[in-house]
Design a binder for this molecule. Structure first.
Ligand code: GRF
Length: 221
């Protein structure tokens, strides 16, 4: 075998900043993998340009051209399987997937969500966090299950919610962390270090890391 790296498929719908983070971390060797295929369900989005600039095969499969959700998903799966992907990453992919697609990629389908799941699933996530008045929000990478924004959690990053935050400010702060934890999760997957046990993900780790507590507002206020 000449190519031992993990072939990754990435599904996008929009700007593709998480795709870019995955591209960059594959390029610098952090992730022992390569992005074999990008699929966008929307034509003309920035994420397509990002893939093209990196020389990655990219295809548009517009869900509006299919009368059944599963037919759309089967078209995507044909391309992903032909590209030989071992891992599929949903990166700002805005279509709900059926149990057929989720089952087909069981244990090798990741999603990123801009909140600390299981808090604030669904849409308008940062608005939900602001309205709830939480002191922290963040981002979650999880394996996809048939329930939207559920499934075993691989990695989370926590950010403070600050007094002057609005949706754009909080979204920007979360997005910075998304770009760190998605490549981290993909790296751990590609290294074969993730094990799903029930609804938990166990990670092979060479050492115990110290406990970390976050308090907001700072006890120094
Ligand atoms: C991100 O917050 C992602 O978590 C959400 O869509 C946003 C845009 O992502 N699902 P991207 O720039 O298209 O990667």
């Amino acid at each position: 075998m000449t190519d031992r790296s993990c072939a990754i498929g990435v599904l996008i719908s929009g700007s593709g900043s998480n795709l870019q983070a995955l591209i960059d971390r594959c390029a610098d060797g952090t992730i022992p993998g390569r992005i074999a295929l990008v699929i966008s369900n929307n034509p003309g989005v920035l994420g397509i340009e990002r893939a093209q600039r990196a020389g990655i095969p990219v295809t548009v499969i517009d869900h509006r051209g299919f009368d059944r959700r599963e037919a759309f998903e089967q078209a995507m799966a044909r391309e992903l399987d032909a590209a030989g992907v071992a891992l599929v990453c949903l990166a700002g992919f805005m279509r709900v997937l059926t149990s057929w697609f989720v089952g087909h990629y069981q244990g090798r389908l990741l999603n990123i969500h801009p909140a600390l799941l299981p808090a604030f699933p669904g849409l308008h996530v940062q608005q939900q966090a602001l309205e709830a008045g939480v002191r922290f929000s963040g981002a979650t990478v999880h394996f996809v299950s048939t329930t939207v924004d559920a499934g075993p959690i691989v990695a989370q990053a926590v950010v403070p919610v600050l007094p002057d935050d609005d949706v754009p400010a909080l979204s920007r702060r979360i997005l910075v962390q998304e770009h760190r934890i998605y490549p981290l999760a993909a790296r751990l997957f590609a290294q074969g270090r993730l094990h799903i046990v029930g609804n938990r993900v166990l990670i092979d780790t060479p050492r115990e890391l110290p406990d970390q507590a976050l308090i907001n507002p700072s006890p120094r206020v």
